[in-house]
Write a protein that binds this ligand. Sequence first.
Ligand code: GDP
Length: 312
Amino acid sequence: MNLHDRIYVAGHKGLVGSAILRALEAQGYNNLICRTRSELDLRDRGQVSRFFEQNAIDYVFLAAAKVGGIAANNDYPADFIRDNLLIQTNVIDAAYRANVTKLMFLGSTCIYPKLAPQPLKEEYLLSGDLEPTNKPYAIAKIAGINMCQSYNRQHGTSFISVMPTNMYGPNDNFDLQTSHVLPALLRKFHEAKELGAPTVEVWGSGTPKREFLHADDLAEACIFLMKHYEDSEIVNVGVGEDISIKELAEMIKTIVGYEGEIVFNASIPDGTPRKLVDVSKINGLGWQAQISLETGLRSVYEAFQKEYLIKQ
Ligand code: GDP
């Protein structure tokens, strides 16, 4: 990938896409192509084909997806499977037809079976039943992985698939109904502190464990893999450590400086008990995450206070 190559970042307004865009800019790539949702609806095959025909794109980071936390996935399963299948099918197929040099498909660790051994090795894909709360999303992502592999086999394309663990960072979704746990808890503890509320509700039992990767680390990993990884097999990206939701809540409580109590609402689903990824493959290739959870949380909380609250 050369500095003047035409690189399309699909989903550049989101958590992952915006981080990839920032990292590419910082590394001096000077031909970056982005389209907002209103300029290009990736669910529309005709629009996507025309966009690729007209833009002579060399590299694609496919970070556009319909994403959300446990409640959104549970409440809108049809939207999650439809939008993701449409977006990825349109982009992958148009990229092949337009002869792009290389495409990276961003997946998720929810593609792994609910009760797979931990840490999750890449080879556990399709070895057991999925977690029901995000199965439609996971099946769309598994279809995307297989589509990249199948195009490589049938058409000789160079399409690679990367599976990041749970992510956080700037430009995250802080809406309490649709967000993931980390931004939700930052917001809940912040608001409880501001209002002097005696308790903060944390969903589920607090016992599930999750691994959290800063989007800036993921972006570095994506650029690294785009340059150095050629295989059709998936690659995990993570930090190699996880913590319980209870520990996360306590860490956020301390960072925010909230002094009330944490209350667990066990009537809300826990989702998958654990999804720690095995990072030996990417570490072996020469890449490692750099941002500790504590450092990342402090910087996201600072940005949340500065940017998000002002926009409200
Ligand atoms: P998941 O990793 O796909 O399960 O998605 P989430 O990030 O939404 O949820 C992770 C875990 O955090 C689940 O066990 C949730 O029940 C729990 N959780 C606790 N409080 C919250 C909250 O306020 N919002 C969300 N989204 N999850 C929460």
